[in-house]
Design a protein around this ligand. Structure first.
Ligand SMILES: *[C@@H]1O[C@H](CO)[C@@H](O)[C@H](O)[C@H]1NC(C)=O
Ligand SMILES: *[C@@H]1O[C@H](CO)[C@@H](O)[C@H](O)[C@H]1NC(C)=O
Ligand SMILES: *[C@@H]1O[C@H](CO)[C@@H](O)[C@H](O)[C@H]1NC(C)=O
Ligand SMILES: *[C@@H]1O[C@H](CO)[C@@H](O)[C@H](O)[C@H]1NC(C)=O
Length: 392
């Protein structure tokens, strides 16, 4: 925290300068030439992750920022509407939906929702601070840290058109998605000159993912069918097969972005491991904000301190709440809970992902249970990212 504390006045000063500059730009709009098409005014950020990998928490880190318009898994609507198809077939519909949302064109939801709709029709709308504050919902000022419960009570009845209206007022559009299994699907968005797309690839130890997925088997059943392209029929061993597909996609995405990447990916891909975030949140959060061109505000700084230290009014209430210590424990819980045979099985189907993402496989039950043995190998960020962080 010390590092942040020291910088808070600097941040405040920068925010004031930035605000002044923006005001200047707005007042000058009539006289300045139209902004050139080559540099889009907005930043578009995709948090690319998988189920049960800490992406709701990372989503909140962005959602609560007053410059960010955030949606959590808008492509849920695509999958629910067309659940007889495979993830591969749905990739294109998902990508088109993401593109439209990035451009604040919410008419794309016409295909997936009734005409007469309001804010509450949007999947997980109340976790988006932008949909709980002005101008989407008049009950909370834009700079508030919002909470899902209070937002649900007060903001659900606002018309759906508020989504688009609010979106247009933000400099950063952030979407979290778990429904991409191939980075190449996103190339048309990365090369679209009207977008300024950056990708945070959030991964987690597959053995911890398995433990976490076991707690929500029912909720994941339909998604599993789409991942495995079963169209409702039963298949053997769905859990391992889904996991295998998820691990395969992490390897594909990571390798595509780091081994011989196309030039348009330069500085647009950042890998974050959930375990690193949990063990030492601030450097990881700072890296993500820097990558996304966002400044830490004093209020966010206080909120982040609170949620990572189990303090403040929202303690224990929010699903994404982690304290450093609890979360480190939680991220190790699989080592006490999963039978060794299961761990072996996971290590088999996810062999490539475990190796390439810097986790250590265990060879015996003794190794698994010996918590003094660290199974998260350290990494230097430069190995994992195109972006260079000069201040780190
Ligand atoms: C908004 O949506 C909720 C949930 O579907 C519904 O109960 C409510 O009547 C809707 N309100 C309006 C004004 O459409
Ligand atoms: C999926 O299953 C339904 C009902 O069993 C069937 O009508 C439909 O044709 C199937 N769709 C595909 C794409 O296989
Ligand atoms: C953090 O916690 C402190 C102490 O409970 C509280 O006064 C403060 O308002 C909290 N900050 C935020 C942004 O929630
Ligand atoms: C973390 O786990 C250890 C061993 O499993 C346990 O003794 C300890 O109480 C846990 N700490 C917290 C903060 O939950």
């Amino acid at each position: 925290m010390a590092r942040l504390r020291v910088s808070s006045t600097t941040v405040a000063v920068l925010v004031v300068i930035q605000t002044g500059f923006l005001l200047f730009l707005y007042t000058q709009q009539g006289t300045l030439p139209a902004p050139s098409a080559e540099k889009p005014a907005r930043t578009h950020l995709l948090i690319l992750s998988s189920w049960r990998s800490g992406s709701s928490f990372v989503g909140q880190l962005f959602s609560q920022h007053p410059d960010v318009f955030y949606l959590m898994e808008p492509a849920w609507h695509v999958w629910v509407t067309m659940s007889q198809n495979s993830a591969k077939v749905l990739h294109m519909a998902v990508r088109d939906l993401i593109r439209s949302v990035f451009k604040c064109d919410m008419s794309v939801f016409d295909a997936y929702m009734p005409w007469n709709r309001n804010l509450s029709h949007l999947f997980q709308w109340a976790v988006s601070r932008a949909l709980c504050t002005e101008p989407a919902c008049e009950h909370f000022p834009r700079t508030d840290i919002t909470r899902e419960g209070a937002c649900k009570t007060l903001c659900g009845k606002y018309p759906f058109s508020k989504v688009e209206e609010a979106c247009h007022t933000y400099s950063h559009i952030v979407i979290k998605e778990v429904r991409f299994f191939d980075l190449r699907v996103l190339y048309p968005l990365l090369t679209d000159p009207s977008l300024n797309l950056k990708i945070i690839h959030l991964v987690r130890d597959p053995r911890a993912v398995v433990k976490s997925r076991e707690q929500s088997v029912k909720a994941l059943a339909r998604d599993n069918g789409i991942v495995l392209n079963t169209n409702g029929s039963q298949v053997e061993d769905p859990e391992y097969r889904v996991l295998q597909e998820i691990c395969r996609s992490h390897v594909q995405i990571y390798e595509t972005a780091t081994l011989k990447p196309p030039s348009f990916l330069k500085d647009r891909y950042l890998l974050i491991r959930f375990e690193d975030l949990v063990r030492d949140p601030l450097p990881e959060i700072t890296a993500m904000y820097t990558f996304a061109d966002l400044q830490l505000t004093p209020k966010l700084e206080s909120w982040i301190y609170n949620i990572t230290h189990g303090q403040g009014p929202s303690r224990k209430k929010e699903a994404f709440l982690i304290t450093s210590r609890d979360a480190v424990n939680v991220s190790q819980a699989w080592r006490n809970v999963l039978p060794f045979q299961k761990v072996q099985r996971v290590q088999e189907v996810c062999k490539g992902a475990i190796k390439i993402l810097g986790y250590q496989a265990v060879d015996s039950e003794r190794e698994q249970k010996d918590l003094s043995l660290d199974l998260v190998l350290p990494h230097r960020r430069s190995q994992f990212s195109w972006a260079s962080f000069s201040q780190n």
